[in-house]
Design a protein around this ligand. Structure first.
Ligand code: 13P
Ligand code: SF4
Length: 311
């Protein structure tokens, strides 16, 4: 790339020229959130993808999110800055292994957390995100047997607040699994005025400490409505950008991890996105997300069901 190029201006120009919309998740770097037409959690992004009239969707997030946008918009071009932006949860549930697992529970309906491949969604009755998981589970009769995949931590949490005993697939997010309960307690002791808040992908011992649990949007809303001035935040670090923007007078402390040697609160997949890659992606209109027609048709049914219930 020509170093004299003003990337932000060029991206905005290309976006207009190509009638594209930029959708960014809260976990990507701040500059990529600021340039977006819409920034949000997985549910908000799926809803934004469903309602856009742009000709092209540029998804600045991870692959399963772009795939979801493509499934909702099979006739639009969906591109993302780096095709390698995967997700440890999506990778934890290969379609063939999940098919074997599902076959063991023939009388169960399948609720799939959106952090999953399109192939997994084709085997699902309905999709959910962390923002609407309880509502989706509650939409089934109490005696309906359920499988929840792929996040066992979110599944466990929903079981605990609904009194259900859904069968859980054994998957987890590498970012949300690494928090240290001991270090969080020490930090809470050191900052008694801080509220501890967490994403439901965290493990149960971490969630038990939390004053508030929710999706990224729910956590962002919470810090704005709470009277507290300080928060310890157990989710990916990108959300701190929006929290600081929304509440410049409040203090946000990333929750500590078990491993003090790494930037563990960063999702390595989300952080594959960059302004440079976004520019190249918009300019060349690739890499593009493509899916076989039959996968699009089958995966669309459980996604549309979720969107209907979440209106
Ligand atoms: P949200 O839907 O809460 O934004 O979460 C997405 C995600 O990938 C969490 O790790
Ligand atoms: Fe997947 Fe975890 Fe990254 Fe979210 S933070 S995209 S669940 S690996």
């Amino acid at each position: 790339i020509d170093p004299s190029l003003k990337l932000v201006e060029e991206i905005k120009r290309l976006k207009k020229e190509k009638n594209a919309v930029i959708l960014s998740h809260f976990y990507v770097e701040g500059a990529l959130q600021d340039i977006a037409d819409y920034v949000g959690d997985s549910l908000g992004l799926a809803q934004a993808a469903a309602s856009t009239d742009a000709e092209m969707i540029v998804f600045v997030g991870v692959h399963f999110m772009a795939e979801t946008a493509k499934i909702i918009n099979p006739d639009k071009k969906v591109i993302l800055p780096d095709l390698k932006a995967s997700c440890s949860l999506a990778e934890s549930a290969p379609a063939d292994k999940f098919a074997e697992f599902k076959a063991k529970y023939p009388d169960h309906k399948v609720i799939t957390y959106v952090n999953a491949t399109a192939a997994l969604k084709t085997m699902s009755d309905i999709v959910c995100t962390s923002a609407n998981a309880k509502k989706i589970v509650d939409s089934f009769p109490e005696d309906q047997k359920l499988i929840f995949a792929p996040d066992k931590n979110l599944g466990n949490y929903i079981n605990s607040i609904t009194g259900r005993s859904m069968v859980l697939w054994d998957g987890a997010c590498m970012v949300h699994e690494q928090y240290s309960v001991e270090k969080i307690i020490d930090l809470m002791d050191a900052h008694p005025d801080a509220e501890f808040i967490a994403h439901p992908e965290c493990e149960k011992p971490v969630l038990l400490l939390a004053k508030h649990i929710g999706s990224t949007t729910a956590l962002l809303n919470y810090v704005q409505s709470s009277d507290a001035k300080k928060f310890i935040v157990a989710t990916e670090s990108g959300i701190l950008h929006q929290m600081t923007k929304a509440c410049p007078d409040k203090v946000f402390i990333p929750a500590p991890s078990n491993d003090s040697t790494c930037a563990c609160n960063d999702c390595e997949y989300m952080k594959l996105n960059s302004l440079q890659k976004l520019y190249i992606c918009l300019k060349h209109e690739q890499p593009e997300v493509t899916l076989p027609q039959d996968v699009i048709e089958k995966a669309r049914i459980p996604i549309q069901r979720m969107l209907e219930i979440s209106k």
